[in-house]
Design a protein around this ligand. Structure first.
Ligand SMILES: Cc1cc2nc3c(=O)[nH]c(=O)nc-3n(C[C@H](O)[C@H](O)[C@H](O)COP(=O)(O)OP(=O)(O)OC[C@H]3O[C@@H](n4cnc5c(N)ncnc54)[C@H](O)[C@@H]3O)c2cc1C
Length: 368
């Protein structure tokens, strides 16, 4: 294999693969390195939102190539109240992370991306990157190395970083999905999620600010979920990871740019982490193709804006039992309000429409 390329991507997770595919689509030569080997797994609730599906399709990865399970909308549960709404237009999908990785990798290889697996990048250099002691030359370097990004640190992009972090755990169960919606069970210490990922399998996750909260005790708080899972075989062991709502001052420096969780992101409560990376990737590739990473900064800020607002709104609802009760009761009684909220969440409503639904919820709360 040659030891030089136009674009070197550090991290072969979903963000790195998306960045690599989009850069190849613009004619750049690309090499990706990852310490792991495929298929790469990661603790995740495994829900892909409609905006992420659309971005994948533009990369040449249609929904049916992913397998998994189509997801029609969302259900919120809170103390015996259930609200339900469908996504407007395009559907989302529940897909096992390993399957997502295999499919994206297949597409990247077909595009001509080169891979270095079981390879740790140890630092940046003036003309590329160091793979332990070996120099690999590259005109551009992309840091797609996840939330605890070393590339971000090496490039001096940690300055001005702010945000908050929670922890999540997930496990798969062999059970026929009882709904085609992403389910969120809102509880005292955090939220439980159920994503249908095949005709016979669901992914269940808990995300909270309490590092001691594990899936079994979290599920006990939700009898409706516990009874669905009673007796179901656990297919995987419980695995955990951090999730952050994080904003950086800058996402590029010189010839280095960040993407995905490395570039900041939103809490897992939004289900938007993957979609963000898939929408950032074409913007980054466009900026690389015209040799101007400041364009990527502008696009990155625009792409992150809506999910950040939704993340803060949902975390705020999660923290206040009274707000949670009122919001989900309004969503249950007025499904059209929940539908507008969901449409705004997945970027299928304009900013004025988002403002209108927020005002509507506020008005209902005041008059309750
Ligand atoms: C509990 C939980 C539930 C979630 N649920 C959802 C959900 O339902 N939907 C959704 O869209 N998002 C969800 N997310 C968020 C989603 O998992 C992340 O946004 C996504 O994994 C980010 O992908 P990434 O490629 O940026 O980073 P990662 O997936 O972390 O990949 C980074 C890669 O970089 C590699 N790497 C790191 N350092 C180096 C190095 N020095 N050299 C070489 N390789 C390196 C790693 O091995 C890894 O493969 C969830 C997160 C959590 C924690």
């Amino acid at each position: 294999m040659a030891d030089s390329c136009d674009v070197f991507v550090i991290g072969g997770g979903p963000a790195g693969l998306a960045a690599a595919i989009c850069a190849r689509q613009r004619g750049l030569s690309v090499t990706v390195a990852d310490v792991g080997e495929p298929p790469i797994d990661k603790p995740c609730a495994e829900g892909l939102m409609p905006d992420g599906m659309e971005a994948l399709e533009r990369m040449g990865i249609p929904a049916d190539s992913l397998g998994g399970c189509e997801v029609e909308g969302a259900r919120f549960f809170n103390m015996g109240t259930m609200a339900e709404a469908k996504f407007p237009g395009r559907r989302g999908r529940g897909v096992r992370r390993t399957r997502l990785h295999e499919t994206m990798l297949g597409r990247a290889e077909a595009c001509g991306v080169k891979f270095l697996w079981r390879t740790r990048v140890s630092n940046l250099s003036a003309g590329g990157v160091f793979l332990e002691d070996r120099l690999f030359r590259a005109a551009w370097v992309i840091g797609a190395d996840g939330g605890e990004s070393r590339v971000r640190q090496w490039a001096g992009l940690n300055r001005g970083m702010r945000g908050s972090t929670r922890i999540g755990f997930r496990r798969h169960y062999r059970v026929r999905p009882w709904s085609r919606s992403l389910e969120i069970y809102w509880g005292r210490a955090g939220q439980c999620y159920m994503t249908p990922i095949s005709d016979a399998e669901v992914c269940v996750a808990v995300v909270s600010g309490d590092p001691k909260l594990r899936l079994d005790s979290a599920i006990e708080e939700f009898p409706a979920l516990a009874s669905r899972l009673a007796g179901a075989e656990a297919l995987t062991t419980e695995r955990g990871s951090f999730t952050s709502t994080r904003r950086l001052g800058r996402v590029w420096s010189g010839r280095v740019a960040l993407i995905g969780d490395a570039s900041g992101g939103v809490d897992a409560i939004t289900g938007e982490g993957l979609s963000l990376a898939f929408r950032q990737a074409p913007a980054l590739a466009d900026a690389l193709a015209c040799g101007d990473l400041s364009r990527y900064q502008v696009a990155h800020r625009r792409i992150l804006r809506r999910p950040t607002v939704m993340s803060q709104l949902m975390l705020w609802i999660g923290r206040s039992p009274r707000l949670r009760r009122q919001t989900i009761r309004i969503f249950a009684e007025r499904p059209e309000v929940f539908e507008r909220f969901l449409a705004a969440h997945v970027g299928m409503a304009s900013d004025p429409s988002l403002a209108a639904s927020t005002l509507l919820v506020g008005w209902h709360m005041l008059s309750a």
